[in-house]
Design a protein around this ligand. Structure first.
Ligand SMILES: Nc1ncnc2c1ncn2[C@@H]1O[C@H](COP(=O)(O)OP(=O)(O)OP(=O)(O)O)[C@@H](O)[C@H]1O
Ligand SMILES: [Mg+2]
Length: 338
């Protein structure tokens, strides 16, 4: 499914974001555009610090507010700009229709409540009309019991064998993989339309991480949920996603349908990224890309990748490249691509 055929569910347009630091303003997102259609599976890749998580946090309204300024752009969900909404309107979307699973399963659960209590909270309160939510009296028993029954159901769906035991456990009594599954169950419990997965499972061992990513794939496929998946695992991106965005230093440098991107990467950064995957067959260490992500405090006027690009010309250092069409649903921001 390609963007041109269907109206996007989520569309980020030219998002710009700045952090205030002692030493000045860091322009960490510089015109990021990205879209996801209903039921589509979209990957976001790019090296550490390039702004993947910040982009997703901006969608969820989870930016560290006082030091962060949105300098431009829009985040449209079903055509409505989330950035212009008041908090309560926004909360009806993020956390319900758009949910996020984070990288670290340990930091996202409350250590002092059992899994059952936390899930009853999420499921029970979200099923109540706002006018009938009284924190003072808590959830009525019948509502809590129904929420617990549903919680056991979703835990079983994420492959946890003994839901009752899990519901009675505190987070520390579960393994990292189990906690990550619990978080996925919580995210999917309220039937979202879009799941944002920010490197789920990276805190876990490689086998468990791959299992988690495949589980996510199965779950969203079965329910027709769209997924925006950030991961460093290019193997998973290739297997799971329909389309990929490649980010570099707060910009999107290339986007294409997954197969096309792997077959014909055009941006020098994408080429370097794909070449840096260690190969089991053919041997030897991967090539990698020299250097590191540039300083956001004094970004260069031209292409942000130019200082690391072996083929950069004078123009690359002076003039910012705009994305141009390189094929169907394939866009690339590079002066060298004709
Ligand atoms: N709270 C913050 N205060 C100041 N700078 C921040 C903050 N959060 C992120 N940054 C900066 O913004 C840039 C982008 O960060 P972000 O977390 O989005 O990277 P990322 O692409 O998700 O990287 P990773 O792959 O390591 O998760 C980084 O340079 C980071 O230093
Ligand atoms: Mg991140």
């Amino acid at each position: 499914m390609l963007t041109s055929e269907v109206a996007p569910l989520l569309e980020i347009r030219e998002l710009g974001l700045e952090f205030s630091r002692f030493s000045g303003k860091a322009r960490v997102l510089d015109g990021v555009s990205l879209s996801v259609c209903k039921g589509e599976k979209v990957g976001v890749v790019g090296e550490t610090g390039c702004g993947k998580s910040l982009t997703m946090k901006a969608v969820m309204g989870l930016l560290p507010t006082r030091r962060t300024t949105v300098t431009g752009g829009e985040i449209l969900y079903k055509g409505q700009n989330l950035l212009g909404m008041n908090l309560s309107a926004r909360r009806r979307i993020t956390g319900k229709e758009v949910v996020m699973v984070f990288q670290d399963p340990n930091g996202s659960l409350n250590p002092v409540f059992t899994i059952g209590e936390q899930m009853e909270d999420i499921l029970g309160w979200s099923s109540r009309e706002p006018a009938r939510r009284s924190l003072r009296f808590g959830l009525p028993k019948a509502v809590a019991a129904e929420a617990r029954r549903r919680a056991a159901g979703v835990l079983a769906q994420v492959g946890l064998a003994d839901p009752e035991r899990i519901l009675n456990s505190y987070p520390f009594q579960l393994s990292g993989g189990m906690r990550q599954r619990v978080l996925i169950a919580m995210a999917l419990a309220n039937q979202p339309e879009l799941l944002i997965a920010d490197e789920p499972g990276t805190a876990l061992d490689v086998t468990t991480q791959a299992q988690i990513l495949r589980l996510l794939d199965d779950l969203v496929r079965a329910r027709g949920i769209a997924i925006l998946m950030i991961t460093h695992n290019l193997g998973v991106v290739r297997q799971v996603t329909d389309r990929v965005y490649v980010m570099y230093a707060g910009t999107v440098v290339e986007t294409a349908p997954t197969e096309r991107l792997f077959a014909d990467p055009l941006h020098p950064y994408t080429q370097g990224l794909l070449a840096s995957v260690p190969r089991l067959v053919g041997g030897g260490l991967s090539e990698g890309i020299d250097g590191s992500v540039p300083d956001y405090l004094s970004p260069l006027p031209g292409c942000r990748f130019a200082p690391r690009c072996a083929r950069a010309t004078e123009r690359c250092h002076q003039e910012k490249p705009v994305p141009r069409v390189a094929g169907e649903a394939h866009l690339v921001a590079c002066h060298l691509v004709k």
